[in-house]
Design a protein around this ligand. Sequence first.
Ligand SMILES: [Zn+2]
Length: 450
Amino acid sequence: LFRNDLRSGNDPAQDAPDARSRRARHRWLGGLTVAPLLLFAACGGDAGNAPAEVADAQAFTNASIFDGTGGPVVEGGVLVVEGGKIVAAGAADEVEVPSGAEVVDLGGRWVVPGLINAHAHVDDASGQGPSAQEQLEVYAHYGVTTAISLGESTTEALSLRSTRESPDLQHARVYAAGPIFTPMTADSARAAVQQLATMGVDWVKIRVDSFLGSQQKMPPEAYEAVIETARENGLPVAVHLVELEDAKGVVQAGASLVAHSVRDQPVDDELISMLTSRNICVVPTFTRELSTYTYAERPEFFDDPFFLERAAPADLEGFFTPALAQSQTSEGANYWREHLPVAEDNMRRLQEGGVSIAFGTDSGTGFPGRFQGYLEHVELEMMTEAGFTPEEALLSATGVTARCVGLEGVVGTLQPGAWADFIVLDANPVEDIRNTREIQSVWIAGNQVR
Ligand SMILES: [Zn+2]
């Protein structure tokens, strides 16, 4: 196989005209950019005959690059990708395009890192809905290129994690927490985390919540045991919570991520200093609140062509059931609607206090209306309504979240070494955050997925 590939690679007449097959053949060679030259040598090939080119390099030129680091947008920038990863990014006169690279002229469009959802769900508790892979394809279609799935009822999402290391990846990368346990004692907490560790999960997810007084809340000795056992197993812990008191408790105990807004009352300086001193981020998930009451009536976005592309349920009218109408006007729904402004104020307070705000939506749960892919764009817009600039919202959803979930340099920034996961936009998202919906194309590991 290698010999055949080498011959065709050495013969321009046999060179496939399109980059896709060139890349595909290169991957046969092992996915290493140095592989062709090494093999030429190993097979006695004439190095002088070998093209001084990188077989699968791509160069995205003429781009306005928002790189997710907080630096200024680079106009007329170039992004060079090899083996699915970025090898160079910057101004045209500073980046060398390898000869033989497939050149994609982006015509002055905007390029932003793919969005990272730090509180997603890739799940199908019913067994009736789309598969985990299809859900990750929907996320990708909308430019959500990494999903931290904080709790699944099935194991499909766990099994798809291996694909995130592949340069052929065609859907969102998934990091997964596995099933959510709610142990009420320290002993059962340790057993639950050991079970998760055996499954090889990426995260542990717990809920510290009385569900508006309807259930017993996980006591501190149980979540402290979860966090301690998780740390022993090298696992980060994400916590669902509602109340300030619980946020302080879990952060004090060593939690890694606060996966929702504090919603019962304003955050205070004590929590802010606990979060900043430990470098712990908070995920607002405003669209989670929105989804508890907004479907009492048909929302305007049900007619938005962008929503209808892939996020909408197949039976759009069948979505509005009497049970949904009832839940969306319940006491609980009223609580969440009334406390959304508390969550929004808290995002600002935390940010002003120096706490990093991670991006997440709680989309993809079994609850109706948690539309994957679309709600992430609504979340960005709600973050700006809550006081962020478009740039701050975009940074949150890219470089900041990467840092918050331990993926700095892997995804979330368009810098050498990171996967080439990015969105090409027809309009400037820094001018208007709604322009993140003007998607021309989405790329994951350098593969065009939209
Ligand atoms: Zn959740």
